[in-house]
Design a protein around this ligand. Sequence first.
Ligand code: S3P
Length: 440
Amino acid sequence: MSAKHNVIFTIAPGGNLQGSLRVPGDKSISHRSIMLGALAEGVTEVSGFLQGEDNLATLNAFRALGVKIEGPDKGKVTIHGVGMDGLKAPTAPLDLGNSGTAMRLLCGLLAAQAFDCVLTGDASLSTRPMRRVTEPLARMGAKVETSATGTPPLTCHGGRALKGFEYEMPVASAQVKSCLLLAGLFAMGETCVIEPAPTRDHTERMLMGFGYPVDVDGKRICVAGGGKLTATSIDVPADISSAAFFLVGASICPGADLLLEHVGINPTRDGVINILRLMGADIELLNRREMGGEPVADIRVRYSPLKGITIPEAQVPLAIDEFPVLFVAAACAEGETVLTGARELRVKESDRIQVMADGLRILGVDATPTEDGMVIQGGKIGSGRLQSHGDHRIAMAFAMASLRASGPIEIEDCANVNTSFPDFVGLATGVGLKVTQVSA
Ligand code: S3P
C-alpha cells in the first residue's frame, strides 16, 4: 500500500465553462486493452490509453507477468502479446493500487494459470468485496482465497483445470461478468453469464475485436474456452465518466457552452446523458461515429435550468460511476431528486452515498441518504471544507459544485484523482473552473 500526499483542491466560487476539451481515455477500455493485448498472438498497438494510476497498475502487473509492453507515451502503448499460454509467474505480489477493475478482472484470468499469484491493493481496495468473484470462480473449479471478511489480498492458486458453467449474477456488475468471461476463455466448454440488467459491454466488444467469438443473446453472454486472440489496434475514446463532470458542470453554470471531444457513448455507459436530459439538460451529440467497435461522438453541452426527477432504476448500471456528480446536479436542480436501486454505490472506492450526503450537507444542501440511494432537495450551494475520502470521483464532483457555490470550496485527500483523470486541474482550469491544488 502506498502512502500519498494529502492533495487539497481549493475552488473559488463562480467561473464559467467555455471552449472545448478532450478528457483522458476511457479507464475500462484501457484496462481491457492491456489484458487482451497481452493474451493475444502478435503486437497490439493502443492509442488514447489512459495514463492514470489504475491503468498503470494493470500495465505493470502484466509486465510482472512477463509481457513486453512499450510505453505509455502520450497515450500510445505497444503490447507484445504472449498468447493464451504465455504468462509467467510473477516474482512478487501484484499491487493493483486503488483499482477494483484490475483486481476483479485479473483474478478471473489468473485463476486459470499454471502458477500461484497474490493480488494486493491500497487501503480502499483492501476493504472491497471480492467474494462476488471468488465464489463463482470456485464453481468453475478455481481456488482463490480472500481475507476472512472476503476482501483482498487475493491468493490465486494455479494449476487447476477450470470448467465452463452458467451463472446468474446476483448484482449487475461488469467486473463480475468480465472476470468470469476471462476465466471462461481458459475453461473447458462454455461459460455463460446472465446479467440482471445490462452493464458495460467493453469486454465482449473487445474480445470480438481480437477475433474471439462471443455469443450475446439479450442478458445471456457466453464464451467457449480454448480459442485464441489475434492482435489488433485499439483507439481508446475519451472516458464518458470523466466527461460527466463537465456535462454536469456546464449544465449547472449559467452561460456555459462546452464541447467535449471524441467521447465514448456506448449505450451501456450513457446513463449520465439520459438522466441529465430527463432533468432538462441541453446536450447535443455531434459527429457520431464508430471507432474500433465503440460508438463515439463530440458532445456539446450548454447551461440549462435543471429540475428534480425520480431517476429510473434501469439507468443506474448505465451511470454507476456518475452518481457523485449527478448528486451535485440534483443539488442545483429545482425540486426533489430521488435515487433508488443504487446500493452498489456503498461499495465503490468509498461509500459514495454516505460521503456525498455528508459533503452536500456541509454545503447546506438538504440531502438524505437511504440504504440504496439518496433524496436531494435542490437549493443553494454554500461553501466549506469537504472530505473526499480518497475517492477520485467525489473530489471531482465537489469541484464542479463550486460553479454554483456562494463561497470557496476546499476538498481534502484528492491525490487519487490521478487514478482516473491525470491533470484534471490543468484541463478544468483551461475551460474556466477556478481550481488550484496544493500538496500538503
Ligand atoms: C467497471 C465496472 C463498474 C465500474 C467501474 C469500472 C469496469 O463496476 O463501477 O468503475 O471497467 O468493468 P461494477 O461492474 O462492479 O459495477
